[in-house]
Design a protein around this ligand. Structure first.
Ligand SMILES: *[C@@H]1O[C@H](CO)[C@@H](O)[C@H](O)[C@H]1NC(C)=O
Ligand SMILES: *[C@@H]1O[C@H](CO)[C@@H](O)[C@H](O)[C@H]1NC(C)=O
Ligand SMILES: *[C@@H]1O[C@H](CO)[C@@H](O)[C@H](O)[C@H]1NC(C)=O
Ligand SMILES: *[C@@H]1O[C@H](CO)[C@@H](O)[C@H](O)[C@H]1NC(C)=O
Ligand SMILES: *[C@@H]1O[C@H](CO)[C@@H](O)[C@H](O)[C@H]1NC(C)=O
Ligand SMILES: *[C@@H]1O[C@H](CO)[C@@H](O)[C@H](O)[C@H]1NC(C)=O
Ligand SMILES: *[C@@H]1O[C@H](CO)[C@@H](O)[C@H](O)[C@H]1NC(C)=O
Length: 204
């Protein structure tokens, strides 16, 4: 089954209302649909530690039984203001090593595998769908675009199955964390993040 980008966008929108907790400054300029604000928990200005903006990002990890599991992480470091005087905000992910770009053809899949190194991935285009062979409750849908970030950290165990069920190529930048050092985070849920339009959990 191949999905067209627009039909995916409308399906995701129907499932997840866009809600923001306040009207703090957001990235300026044209914001494509399904874009930045939905990825972030907008609790306040990015430059105030007492009222900060945190990133929530879906992660795939190995649980204590050796099965891959979806989690929703909130990174412990908040966004801070950029040094450019533009009211922009920024967040570091730490050091990465051996970054690469992958182009997967339309309607392809990789089969079940573990992650070789814990990594930050960003899907630029297409659609990434992740299922867990040991748990069919949820499917992670990561649509290419600004909400396309996720972390893969299931380096051992039963692994995950990745498919690219889009009618366009799925282009992914993979940035392994240097020394396998994963950014400090808090687990806010044992499923994919519901606040990220590009990667919402879909109960089946
Ligand atoms: C945002 O994060 C704050 C602090 O962690 C939490 O209390 C609040 O419920 C979150 N809001 C949403 C919409 O996720
Ligand atoms: C946090 O944000 C709220 C809503 O924008 C604002 O009313 C409040 O003054 C802020 N608090 C601090 C400490 O900046
Ligand atoms: C925080 O951002 C506001 C605008 O959003 C700006 O007026 C203020 O100077 C910034 N404060 C710091 C400490 O960067
Ligand atoms: C930053 O935000 C403040 C307050 O909204 C605004 O007055 C200022 O022009 C902004 N600076 C830039 C460079 O956009
Ligand atoms: C992986 O996912 C694809 C697409 O849903 C499916 O066709 C394939 O059978 C799955 N592979 C395994 C081993 O589950
Ligand atoms: C999940 O994994 C456990 C072993 O860790 C296995 O006993 C169980 O059958 C698996 N369940 C499914 C639905 O694959
Ligand atoms: C299966 O996945 C769901 C949602 O991702 C989760 O709530 C549940 O705890 C998982 N089941 C097991 C046995 O890990």
């Amino acid at each position: 089954m191949k999905f067209h980008r627009l039909s995916v966008l409308s399906a995701l929108t129907a499932l997840t209302p866009l809600t923001f907790t306040n009207a703090e400054p957001r990235p300026q300029g044209p914001v494509p649909f399904g874009s930045t604000p939905s990825s972030y928990n907008q609790t306040g200005p990015g430059n105030s530690t007492s009222n900060s903006t945190y990133l929530q990002i879906p992660a795939v990890v190995t649980d204590s039984d050796g099965n891959s599991q979806f989690q929703c992480w909130q990174l412990n470091s908040p966004f801070t203001s950029t040094p450019f005087g533009s009211n922009g905000s920024q967040l570091g992910f730490g050091d990465v090593s051996g970054a690469s770009i992958t182009v997967q053809p339309p309607d392809s899949n990789t089969g079940v595998h573990t992650t070789s190194m814990p990594a930050l991935l960003h899907v630029l285009s297409g659609l990434l769908s992740i299922t867990l062979p040991n748990n069919s409750t949820s499917t992670a849908w990561v649509l290419g675009g600004v909400s396309g970030s996720l972390i893969l950290a299931d380096t051992t165990g039963s692994g995950h199955n990745t498919s690219h069920p889009s009618d366009e190529s799925t282009v992914i930048i993979t940035m392994p964390f240097a020394g396998a050092v994963i950014p400090a985070h808090t687990i806010v849920g044992y499923d994919v993040c519901s606040t990220n339009l590009g990667a919402l959990g879909q109960a089946t």
